[in-house]
Design a binder for this molecule. Structure first.
Ligand SMILES: O=C(O)/C=C/c1cccc(O)c1
Length: 524
């Protein structure tokens, strides 16, 4: 039976309610955008797939108001060691000591089903957003004015939906992407691996205390420590090994035998899969967008899969809201692909570089690799600050200097220090300064009437932040992080976008007015 239910008032349809889609639904709902989230599955996928996230993603969950609810499902920071087959250390991916730049540990782990449940629970009974699980997208037409055909998987009933915009967050096999005929650029790195999630309930001697990339040419493998008792091992599958044979419990215990015996842990999930290095050629067709795995797939070695997807959601959400709520022109939405695609492509290339190190199976090449990495370690180059591996946004909606280069700091995540307020005690800055466009100034800095009027006209919140409590201001930093960052960029003010990315910095009132003019022009 065909039922045509013209849904009036749905502004954005999000297809796929995995972590990226449900994050996008939360952000859009908070921005007052009427949203429907659609997923063919009746419930959250009960087993973990992603396990790692970073401080920028945690900041988005903080923005959504979920930091507290997620705390039991989030794991502590661990460094990543790259080790040779003989156990020797080859490289260390670490984090700087506290205070951390975004106030969250730069790398965290999480339990995916619980994370998704928290994100869904927050939207239950919320006006303006509707989650429709058990509803499958079966057709998508005319991307300039999208018309969706939906089918209820239980009743078989179909309906049509005409949202203003559609975002396909429907995973690597995205129906949305395939329907639009969008292909991938293949960055040429895929290998078959077995992934095993174990729950270790009690103390077990000899388990690694950190994440480890075992660069063993006989069988490259990985160990990641998740929250609670969750431990993940990943094993490369060798030529001739068949997925079904690898994914037998007896075989898994055999692979785990250097660390665990049966009875010391429970097998939660195991799966064989082939990782890929792919980025969609187009991220937008008309009023239909792609996000997350639907438009990029990253090898696992830096845990960037979900991270980059949530960053897509944060990037797109405020731009859609700017068009739908503030009447900005739709070309603003072109900056989504302009900003995200080159960055994600670079993240995939960086991950691929590390993956090639880990996945080396030729013993001679592995020996040469070890010698090179040991020399780098001895020369002090083998200790890498994890978050510094990733590039800033370099294209799109950022302030530029007269020569066209990005303004100092533009495209980076803005630091989020711990601050102390007169009334509120110790808080993270975003919880005080808000989440829209905000202009953060040094304490004592003043804005000319013209700059104030320009900021007000753009709906920008202005906040002065003292370096410490000795300076008179309503908000004072605990560790001087943001003021130190301004020092480092030769700036007195930083203009931050709603996705926490730095639009630009300025060192004078004239520079600030020029930056605000650029923002007005770029917003359209
Ligand atoms: O952060 C890292 O260095 C590695 C994380 C990770 C997570 C999951 C699977 C992997 O191969 C690596």
């Amino acid at each position: 039976m065909v039922r045509t239910a013209e849904a009036h008032g749905v502004e954005v349809a999000v297809i796929g309610l995995g972590p990226v889609g449900i994050t996008l639904c939360n952000l859009l709902a908070d921005m007052g955008v009427s949203t429907v989230g659609i997923d063919a599955a009746a419930d959250v996928y009960a087993l973990p797939r992603a396990i790692g996230m970073d401080h920028e993603v945690m900041r988005v969950f903080q923005q959504i108001g979920l930091a507290g609810a997620l705390a039991p499902h989030v794991g502590a920071y661990r460094r990543s060691e790259y080790r040779a087959a003989d156990g020797g250390l080859l490289r260390l991916l670490d984090s700087p000591p506290e205070p951390w730049p975004l106030s969250w540990p730069p790398y965290l782990t999480f339990v995916q089903p619980e994370l998704e449940r928290c994100l869904r629970a927050r939207l239950a009974d919320r006006p303006g957003v509707r989650l429709r699980a058990g509803v499958e997208l079966t057709g998508i037409e005319t991307p300039e004015t999208p018309v969706l055909t939906l089918r209820d998987t239980a009743s078989g009933q179909t309906e049509t939906l005409r949202p203003r915009f559609v975002v396909g967050c429907d995973g690597g096999n995205s129906f949305v992407r395939r329907s639009l005929g969008i292909g991938f650029e293949d960055l040429d790195f895929d290998e078959p691996w077995l992934v095993v999630d174990m729950i270790v309930d009690g103390p077990v001697d000899g388990l690694p205390e950190t994440n480890v990339q075992y660069c063993d040419p006989a069988r490259p493998h990985t160990h990641v420590i998740g929250p609670g008792g969750l431990r993940r091992w990943e094993f490369m599958m060798l030529p001739g090994e068949d997925p079904a044979g690898m994914n037998r419990e007896e075989r898994i215990w055999d692979l785990l035998s250097p660390w665990l015996k049966p009875g010391q842990a429970r097998l939660w999930r195991s799966a064989t899969y082939r990782f890929h290095a792919l980025v969609a050629r187009d991220w937008r067709r008309g009023r239909v967008f792609l996000a997350g795995d639907a438009c990029h797939m990253t090898p696992p070695f830096l845990a960037q899969g979900m991270v980059q997807g949530v960053k897509d959601a944060a990037n797109l959400a405020w731009k859609l809201a700017a068009v739908l709520r503030e009447g900005r022109a739709e070309p603003l939405l072109d900056s989504y692909q302009a900003e995200r695609r080159p960055l994600v492509r670079e993240v995939i290339a960086i991950t691929k570089g590390l993956g090639r190190i880990i996945c080396e199976r030729d013993p001679d090449a592995a020996a040469a690799r070890n010698a090179r990495m040991l020399a780098e370690l001895a020369a002090g180059q083998g200790r890498v600050v994890r978050q510094n591996l990733f590039p800033p946004i370099a294209d799109g909606l950022i302030a530029r200097l007269p020569d066209g280069t990005p303004a100092p700091g533009a495209g980076l995540p803005c630091p989020q220090p711990w601050v102390v307020t007169g009334t509120g005690g110790r808080q993270r800055l975003d919880d005080v300064a808000g989440h829209g466009f905000r202009l953060l100034l040094r304490a004592g800095g003043t804005l000319s009437p013209a700059a104030q009027a320009a900021a007000r006209g753009l709906g920008i919140t202005v906040q002065a932040i003292a370096r410490d409590r000795a300076e008179p201001a309503l908000i004072a930093e605990e560790h001087g992080l943001l003021n130190g960052w301004l020092d480092g960029h030769g700036a007195d003010a930083v203009l931050v976008r709603p996705d926490h990315v730095v639009f630009g910095t300025s060192a004078s009132d004239a520079g600030l007015r020029a930056m605000l003019d650029q923002l007005r022009a770029q917003l359209g």
